[in-house]
Design a binder for this molecule. Structure first.
Ligand SMILES: Nc1ncnc2c1ncn2[C@@H]1O[C@H](COP(=O)(O)OP(=O)(O)O)[C@@H](O)[C@H]1O
Ligand SMILES: [Mg+2]
Length: 429
């Protein structure tokens, strides 16, 4: 399946003058892991006709030309994500101002600026108004196509599954075999070990890096803190997803997610009342996660501090289980029991990743000793830092609150282990 499907419909409020599907689809680089099929409309805005034609030639068929940003603005329907390539005539201050308002008004629109000559000032100005990338006109045409592809991947996919009501893709959960995102369950057999801190920061780091939709599910149904840690006011929770299970598809589930605006992370919060927790069974939870992975590149799941059917179901469908251990004897004892339980349940040990949280705590426990006791090497060491509780109290995860701090960097490195890249291939396990 093509990673990007330049849409021929829905993007423009016009009389059908939008040309047929573009070939650049085939050449656009998608993420190496299971690309999403994203319908994207691509527009070129340039007032100078020869330059506009040159840009159109670089991008191939299926791209709609506009001579001004106002003309484009008047034709946007909002139904399909749009990547706008702004030509050099849009680099003027006044045009950048109009672009800024357009970008702000259309969350599903992303702009790339192509300029005659790139200066630092222009780059800064462009990035400040929300342009995603700046390239030069005389540059390699493949770079422009690649940039459009990259930016398109970050846009919310148009709900393809809704495009023809009776298509097989509509038949229910997990129905888009194109995505099959990675499910990462963050677990610990000890409360307070740092599961919620790690899952929220890990999910945000993945959202920042992967270019694919990322969802965080709060499966700590009674005491979920994800919404608080991200300062979200959920309108819907997992209970609504369960309530709609008989007709749940990606489009419906997607509409129940709340977006963490600073990072773009999608969140499925825990029930607002602990009493609702009973309504969520293990098989329902698995169904929801399977549906999420059909349109998200990564699904990170925060869990309660004990094994129950729900956690076991999640462990089974997860690609990775991140086991979080604190640096004290009760933590290590409980995590050891947890690991033994997982082994008894025939959980493939390749799935397991050990994270030692507060690894620098001066508690007279040595990392090597902990690893020997647990029989597993740590994949990630997260230092203890007062920035963590501070960021929790602010509702701004530490990877956003203090992205350059050692604790944020350690979580960013953990996220990179999940992203297919040469660096990530060098797993420490
Ligand atoms: N690396 C760390 N450094 C300092 N404090 C931490 C760290 N990790 C977690 N904490 C603190 O520990 C508390 C419990 O963490 P939390 O993620 O809620 O645990 P869990 O979800 O496993 O119960 C939080 O208030 C958080 O501020
Ligand atoms: Mg928690």
């Amino acid at each position: 399946m093509n990673p990007i499907d330049f849409s021929t419909e829905d993007g423009w409020d016009d009389e059908g003058s939008f040309v047929s599907i573009a070939d650049p689809v085939q050449t656009l680089p998608g993420p190496t892991s299971a690309p999403a099929s994203i319908r994207v409309s691509v527009a070129v805005v340039e007032s100078d006709p020869p330059t506009r034609d040159a840009l159109l030639r670089q991008l191939g068929e299926g791209v709609t030309p506009f001579s001004s940003i106002e003309e484009l603005a008047g034709r946007l329907t909002g139904a399909v994500p749009v990547v706008v390539v702004l030509g050099p005539s849009c680099a003027a201050n006044s045009e950048l101002g109009i672009s800024e308002r357009l970008i702000e008004a259309h969350p599903n629109l992303a702009a790339i600026l192509v300029v005659d000559e790139l200066t630092t000032t222009l780059l800064q100005q462009a990035l400040r108004v929300g342009v995603r990338d700046v390239l030069t006109l005389g540059g390699d045409p493949d770079q422009l196509v690649a940039a459009v592809g990259r930016v398109a991947q970050t846009l919310e996919p148009a709900p393809r599954w809704n495009s023809s009501p009776n298509s097989p893709a509509d038949e229910g959960v997990g129905s888009d075999p194109g995505m099959n995102g990675k499910v990462i369950t963050v677990f610990s057999t000890k409360g307070g070990a740092g599961k919620s801190v790690i899952s929220t920061n890990l999910a945000i780091s993945l959202a920042q890096r992967s270019g694919q939709p990322v969802c965080l599910v709060d499966a700590d149904l009674q005491f979920g803190d994800v919404a608080v840690m991200l300062k979200l006011t959920p309108h819907h929770t997992i209970v609504d997803a369960i309530g709609s299970l008989d007709r749940l598809d990606a489009a419906l589930l997607s509409s129940l997610l709340v977006t963490h605006e600073p990072s773009g992370l999608k969140v499925l919060p825990a029930p607002l009342e602990p009493a609702f927790a009973d309504q969520v069974g293990a098989s329902e939870m698995v169904e929801i996660v399977e549906c999420l992975r059909s349109f998200c590149g990564y699904v990170v799941v925060d869990t309660p501090a004990y094994f129950n059917d729900l956690v076991l179901g999640l462990v089974e469908v997860s690609d990775n289980v991140v086991m979080v251990a604190g640096m004290d004897i009760p933590n290590i004892k409980n995590v050891k029991i947890g690991l033994q339980t997982l082994r008894l349940l025939n959980t493939p040990m390749e799935k397991l990743m050990l994270v030692l949280n507060r690894s620098n705590s001066k508690v007279k426990l040595d990392i090597g000793e902990v690893e020997r006791t647990l029989g597993v090497k740590a994949d990630s060491l997260i230092p203890s830092d007062v920035l963590v509780p501070q960021s929790v109290n602010k509702g701004v995860p530490v990877v956003l609150h203090a992205p350059k701090s050692p604790v944020a960097r350690s979580i960013q490195q953990l996220a990179e282990l999940f992203i297919p890249s040469p660096a990530a291939a060098k797993r420490r396990r």
